[in-house]
Design a protein around this ligand. Structure first.
Ligand code: MN
Length: 208
């Protein structure tokens, strides 16, 4: 069987499109070096198991216990890295794009669960800020179709615990250090300006 290699997805916008909130140099390195490295290492791990090549990342990360033990950590870290970053690029958009705030049933559910939109943003930001070391902050739709906020370490993804990721923020230092240095809080605060709420809302509807 021909081994289907994972490849780097193109960004849905230019590398400088998220300026000034996320700078071009950070986006270039993050996309073409960091994301590419996860893909290369994932492909290397999967080379040994051609029978896994037709499995999607969702299937692999959602059933990690079924992945052969000798490549399980690699799939978790590098497959997770590939999946998380592929989502992350789509979860962002230039700030001038239309529809940059949540609407409809999704907004109602956010407000029912967290209070105001500002309350939600505060909880999400605090959760991301307080994640110790590298990881991600998430808004997910859990198995009971409830909205929940939490963080994960490293490249772990909510899929692994059966939750659907709707919105995620990369809080590895490589995501912000060039522009924001050690000021993770400032990065998180500015990041809200480039959240693609339309995409997040679409994910909410698709996973209901
Ligand atoms: Mn990253």
């Amino acid at each position: 069987m021909q081994n289907q290699k994972h490849t780097l997805p193109q960004l849905p916008y230019a590398h400088n499109a998220l300026e000034p909130f996320i700078d071009e140099q950070t986006m270039l390195l993050h996309h073409t070096k960091h994301h590419q490295a996860y893909i290369d290492k994932l492909n290397l791990a999967l080379d040994k198991y051609p029978n896994l090549s037709d499995k999607s990342l969702e299937e692999l990360l959602g059933n990690l216990e079924e992945v052969p033990e000798d490549i399980r950590v690699a799939v978790r870290n590098h497959g997770g890295g590939h999946y998380n970053h592929s989502l992350f690029w789509q979860m962002l958009a230039p700030s001038e794009v239309e529809g940059m705030s949540p609407t409809g049933k999704f907004l109602q559910e956010l407000e029912k669960t967290f209070g105001t939109l500002a309350d939600f943003k505060e909880l999400f930001s605090k959760t991301a800020l307080n994640q110790f070391g590298s990881g991600w902050g998430w808004l997910v739709l859990n198995k009971n179709k409830k909205l929940v906020v939490y963080s994960t370490s490293n490249q772990d993804n909510p899929l692994t615990q059966g939750d659907a990721p709707l919105l995620g923020i990369d809080i590895w230092e490589h995501a912000y250090y060039l522009k924001y240095q050690n000021k993770r809080q400032e990065y998180i605060g500015q990041w809200w300006n480039v959240v693609n709420w339309k995409y997040v809302e679409d994910r909410y509807r698709q996973n209901l």
